[in-house]
Design a protein around this ligand. Structure first.
Ligand SMILES: NC(=O)c1ccc[n+]([C@@H]2O[C@H](COP(=O)([O-])OP(=O)(O)OC[C@H]3O[C@@H](n4cnc5c(N)ncnc54)[C@H](OP(=O)(O)O)[C@@H]3O)[C@@H](O)[C@H]2O)c1
Length: 266
């Protein structure tokens, strides 16, 4: 059953729940009556989020973990399964960005961003998917990005992590659907969260600044997509037009991207 029509009483794990999209999604799920396990590194922030949830009796677990650490992820998943007795929804949302030219990226930083954004998703999915298959019921959300569909300048290392997530999610969705597990890929454009620090905001092209959306829009779209059993969404939706333009007129998209998205030389 691909549609998650009611969130009341479901057991949800949200990574990156200490800030931005993950924090708001945790709030929304709790409001809808879900039990939520909040994962991120900053324990004090997770406790702040947990204390502020309005959830009429549903449970909130604070689970500090670095998603890039296999041992921490599997220990955290075991604790959650022990406390909740199962899991219905995993939201792979933890991640960060980086806006600079490829030549300016340090190799250790490229490895680290892949470890967090991509392998974090791999570890959490590996840790919780077997339980979902056993239950014959589960939903996995992968918070990817438009940067996982279109490569734009200044986002090479980050885009690679997001393309990896998109590929993983699409392939996995075929493998698990007959076991009652549904995979939803969410591709947001620019979202106004602490994801963008001062420096990133300064380098951001005007068009991205103009099109920036509040995180609540991503949360609302994700909830709606789960309810409708969608497999992939882009928020805001009009950005999907770019995917079509790239398929039918790649030169045109390329010229336009270079004109509007090329950052100034450092
Ligand atoms: N903002 C955008 O424009 C945008 C656009 C497209 C996609 N996205 C994606 O949306 C997701 C959420 O981003 P956001 O905009 O909400 O950014 P954010 O406000 O900076 O939140 C990022 C979250 O990820 C967690 N995190 C980062 N590294 C982690 C690690 N190693 N282990 C565990 N948790 C970690 C952070 O918690 P701790 O620091 O406490 O660990 C925080 O809760 C990311 O995957 C991002 O790539 C964002």
């Amino acid at each position: 059953m691909p549609k998650l029509e009611s969130f009341a009483g479901i057991r949800a794990v949200i990574t990156g729940a200490s800030s931005g999209i993950g924090e708001l999604l945790a709030r929304r799920l709790a409001q809808e009556g879900a039990h939520v396990a909040l994962v991120a590194r900053r324990k004090a922030d997770l406790e702040r989020v947990a204390a502020s949830l309005v959830n009429g009796g549903a449970r909130a677990l604070v689970v500090p973990a670095d998603v890039a650490r296999r041992d921490e992820v599997f220990a955290a998943a075991e604790r959650i399964l022990g406390e909740f007795g199962g899991v219905d929804l995993l939201v792979n949302n933890a991640g960060y960005g980086g806006h600079r030219r490829f030549v300016d990226w340090d190799l250790d930083d490229i490895e680290r961003i892949m470890q967090v954004n991509y392998f974090g998703t791999v570890y959490w999915t590996k840790a919780l998917l077997p339980k979902m298959i056993e239950q014959r019921r589960g939903w996995i959300v992968v918070m990817a990005s438009v940067a996982g569909k279109l490569g734009v300048p200044d986002e090479s290392a980050y885009a690679a992590t997001k393309f990896a997530q998109v590929g993983l999610a699409e392939a996995l969705s075929y493998e698990v659907e007959d076991f009652g597990v549904h995979v939803l890929t969410v591709c947001p454009g620019a979202v106004d969260t602490p994801f963008f620090d001062e420096q990133a905001r300064r380098r951001m092209p005007d068009v991205a600044k103009r099109l920036m959306i509040p995180p609540q829009r991503v949360v609302d779209a994700t909830i709606r997509a789960l309810r409708r059993g969608k497999r992939e969404i882009t928020v805001p939706g009009f950005i999907r037009l770019s995917y079509i333009v790239r398929a039918v007129a790649p030169g045109m998209l390329r010229r336009n991207t270079k004109r509007v998205a090329m950052p100034p030389a450092p």
